[in-house]
Ligand binder design. Structure first.
Ligand code: AMP
Length: 203
């Protein structure tokens, strides 16, 4: 009998040499975690939400175009998002590893990223998924709304953002799971606890 060789489970995201994606529902703490992971590994963090907020602050054309979506907790259209990511990647050497934070959020964006990566001599080495139950996310997002006065954190908008995540972003996880690229991490606990789990998952 011949031995079946199954698709390799990602042995090490760190050694994969490719770009990494951090994905998770709003409130899972992916921004905070992405920042420390990128910092300690010398990766470049590309947070699409941060880039959009920066354009809004600077009142650029792109900022004016995307402001309403962010305020309503809706996704910016794929073509606008992908164009922005393409422009960012054009300034980053293929040998520099990127940690995508908040991108891709739709299957169309994931496909566009594959295409872009191919064109630019890059590839996706792995996906870190931070997950947490909805009640926990709602509690955290409500807390953040009070602390940071974020316009996209009212209770209705929080509920909407979680629904949009379930509908549009969950399928992105399956898209990468089919390629054996996803490492799942429990997002419940303190920030340092989750950081430690992510570190282990990236080994
Ligand atoms: P974040 O900081 O990742 O929570 O993103 C804040 C907001 O920016 C989201 O609620 C969306 O309105 C917008 N946004 C960020 N990344 C994307 C993306 N990949 N696709 C569409 N909209 C995005």
């Amino acid at each position: 009998m011949t031995e079946t060789v199954s698709a390799p489970e990602t042995s090490s995201l760190r050694d994969s040499g490719g770009d990494l994606i951090i994905i998770g529902p709003p409130g899972a703490g992916k921004g905070t975690q992405a920042k420390s992971l990128a910092h300690e590994n010398g990766w470049v963090q590309l947070s699409t939400g941060e880039v959009f907020r920066d354009h809004i602050r600077r009142q650029t054309d792109l900022g004016r175009r995307v402001k309403g979506y962010l305020e309503r907790g809706e996704y910016v259209p794929d073509d606008v998002t992908v164009r922005m990511v393409r422009a960012k990647l054009e300034d980053i050497s293929p040998s520099t590893r990127v940690l995508f934070d908040g991108f891709p959020r739709t299957v169309a964006q994931a496909k566009a990223l594959d295409q872009l990566s191919g064109e630019m001599g890059r590839h996706i080495g792995g996906v870190l998924l931070i997950d947490a139950p909805r009640e926990e996310l709602v509690a955290r997002l409500n807390g953040r709304a009070t602390a940071e006065h974020r316009a996209d954190d009212t209770p209705e908008i929080i509920a909407n953002r979680l629904d949009v995540y379930e509908e549009q972003t969950r399928p992105v996880i399956s898209y990468y799971e089919d390629r054996g690229l996803v490492k799942r991490v429990n997002g419940v606990g303190s920030v340092p606890d989750v950081t430690a789990r992510l570190r282990e998952a990236a080994e």
